[in-house]
Design a protein around this ligand. Structure first.
Ligand code: SF4
Length: 591
């Protein structure tokens, strides 16, 4: 158990003795009225709403509009199977409503049995696929309302849960996927779990609704000592990273911790605040933002600092306009001097100057690697994070067969891949046999661009998607591969990310090449982020078809192959050659 857990219990006790506050009253946003979502949160009886009644309604596969918002805090989204919309309309049927369920897996670490359980649940209640997300967790798609409760109960039986996987709270905490690389990596992963526990909502609603837990009469006596009745103004994301690998994309998170190691020991963290990816097309008051590096603190203060940042956002985030409610806007509005003053006022913490560090990559390692302790770890590439059985490659069946004999753990990565971790020498031969039997992709033969790609889920389920993403990524990269091969760039790492809209689920604005859906078959093309995830890209051209995108990329990649400097990455090259201006801060993303 992490030492910080003891501190966590003491802190929670201290907080439960304080009066529960409606933090709405402390929120920024001038005289503007609170958004309707804030009123809903205030009146939802600590996340209960009428979810139970909605689930019991046999006349529809949907739940009420308010409950659709509240159920996110429980880890589920209502969606509809958009491919069937026209057909069902013709038949005068309501849309085929289905639910996404997101599991909470701090640091992405699961046992082999948990892997088998999630695999079986996807087959039984989902669409027989598993989405490995960019926040190191499992996502089930296609779950019908009548199966929601059973699925969530089964997830809990597997000692995982879904609370706070979505919603205006701290979400799944990310940590470097290479947790067995050194003792420090293991310690940082444990710290991620501690933060996750500490920032989990305390309401009993989750247990009541999904696990048939004891009812708390009316919920009146309940407290959310950290969040209050209205939780946070918007979603809140936390990650930890260990240089030189930025595989958690630390600067895209509201709250980030960069591990500082001296003499092979973790001494503390550099704190980053105010990262975020989403923006709304045509609204320049919204923008993606790279987090600010604000200072260093010793590791013993980790939970105090995490809590201090949450309190800052709880009290000062914009509760009137949800589009400007993320911490990134709070920081830009109020400034870092005020942030430091509030951290001191609320938690008595003064940060030291940030310590030096260097990121060199954000990608995953594939194939076999051995750690200090003699164990082996195998990085499996999962294209677009979609684990499925497709003609010619039964990836889901392959991982299931491996999980049945695996004695170690699985680690989901922030790049939508998975590591078969802690394999003994004796087990390695057996797992190798299965990798060959099921033809698990040999990454040596794949382009480095494909291996550094990410795609969000988008169609057919996501109601916000304007264009294809996950289903489209493989065929699009097939076409770019031809350009790469013709220019000798197959082994050159270039990050590429595709999303169905600008909501940022696949962190597109930190990719050297990004395509963001605008309409069916049409994408905005962004260029110029750096390979280590420390600089945003910028809009290059709008509303391009596939043919136009390939026509744009062809001369750029050819020029890159011919005139790049030694070790120069594509994102730096397009800026040096003047193809695009560098984005130096979120506020100049639109310039
Ligand atoms: Fe849906 Fe947009 Fe997120 Fe993709 S980025 S999953 S399209 S909301």
């Amino acid at each position: 158990m992490c030492d910080l857990i003891i501190y966590d219990l003491q802190l929670k006790k201290k907080m439960s003795n304080t009066k529960d506050t409606n933090y709405n009253s402390l929120s920024a946003g001038g005289d503007a009225p609170m958004s309707s979502f804030e009123t809903l949160k205030e009146n939802c009886n600590f996340l209960r709403g009428t979810i139970q009644e909605s689930l019991n309604d046999p006349l529809t596969g949907s739940i009420s509009a308010d409950d659709q918002l509240l159920i996110k805090f429980h880890g589920a989204y209502q969606q509809q199977y958009r491919d069937l919309d026209d057909e069902r309309k013709k038949q005068k049927l309501e849309p085929l409503y289905i639910f996404l369920i997101r599991v909470r897996v701090p640091g992405g670490v699961t046992t082999a049995q948990q892997w088998l359980d999630m695999d079986a649940l996807a087959d039984k209640y989902g669409d027989k696929t598993l989405k490995l997300t960019t926040r190191q967790t499992f996502q089930f798609h296609g779950v019908l309302k009548r199966n929601l409760k059973t699925t969530i109960q089964e997830i809990n039986k597997s000692l995982l849960d879904t609370i706070a996987a979505c919603g205006d709270v701290n979400r799944n905490v990310m940590s470097s996927a290479n947790i067995f690389e050194s003792a420090v990596h293991g310690e940082v992963a444990e710290n991620a779990k501690c933060i996750s526990v500490h920032l989990t909502p305390q309401t009993n609603a989750y247990h009541e609704i999904w696990l048939d837990g004891e009812l708390v009469a009316g919920g009146e006596k309940e407290e959310e000592s950290l969040y209050g009745k209205t939780y946070l103004p918007r979603k809140f994301k936390t990650a930890l990273a260990i240089p030189p690998c930025n595989d958690t994309d630390i600067f895209s998170n509201d709250l980030g911790f960069i591990a500082i190691v001296e003499d092979e020991k973790l001494i503390g963290y550099n704190l980053t605040v105010g990262g975020g990816m989403a923006y709304s097309f045509g609204n320049t008051a919204t923008y993606p933002r790279v987090a600010d590096l604000v200072g260093f603190f010793p590791k013993e203060q980790l939970l105090e600092v995490a809590e201090g940042v949450v309190i800052f956002q709880r009290d000062h985030g914009n509760r009137s306009e949800r589009k400007n409610a993320r911490l990134k806007y709070t920081i830009d509005r109020l400034g870092l001097d005020f942030f430091h003053a509030e951290l001191l006022r609320n938690k008595g913490i003064t940060l030291q100057p940030a310590k030096s560090y260097k990121f060199e990559t954000l990608g995953d390692k594939y194939g076999w690697l051995q750690s200090e302790d003699g164990f082996w770890h195998y990085g499996v590439f999962v294209e677009g994070g979609k684990l499925a059985d497709r003609s010619g490659y039964n990836a889901k069946t392959a991982l299931r067969a491996i999980a049945k004999i695996h004695e170690g753990t699985f680690i989901l990565t922030g790049n939508q891949n998975v590591v078969i971790a802690q394999v003994s020498k004796a087990q390695k031969t057996k797992i190798d046999t299965l990798l060959k039997k099921y033809k698990v992709l040999n990454t040596d033969k794949l382009s480095q661009m494909r291996l550094n790609s990410i795609a969000c889920a988008a169609l057919p389920y996501c109601s916000l998607a304007f264009a294809e993403s996950e289903r489209y990524l493989p065929t699009f990269i097939d076409k770019v591969d031809k350009i790469l091969a013709a220019n000798g760039l197959m082994k050159t790492p270039i990050s590429i990310r595709i999303t169905g809209c600008a909501n940022g689920c696949g962190r597109p604005f930190l990719a050297e090449i990004a395509m963001v859906g605008r309409a069916p078959g049409k994408y905005n093309l962004y260029l110029g982020a750096n390979f280590t995830g420390e600089r945003l890209n910028k809009l290059y051209k709008e509303m391009l078809s596939e043919e136009q995108i390939l026509a744009e990329l062809m001369p750029l990649l050819a020029d890159y192959a011919k005139t790049k400097e030694i070790d120069e990455h594509f994102g730096d090259f397009v800026i040096r050659k003047g193809y695009i201006k560098a984005t130096t801060a979120g506020l100049n993303f639109h310039d």
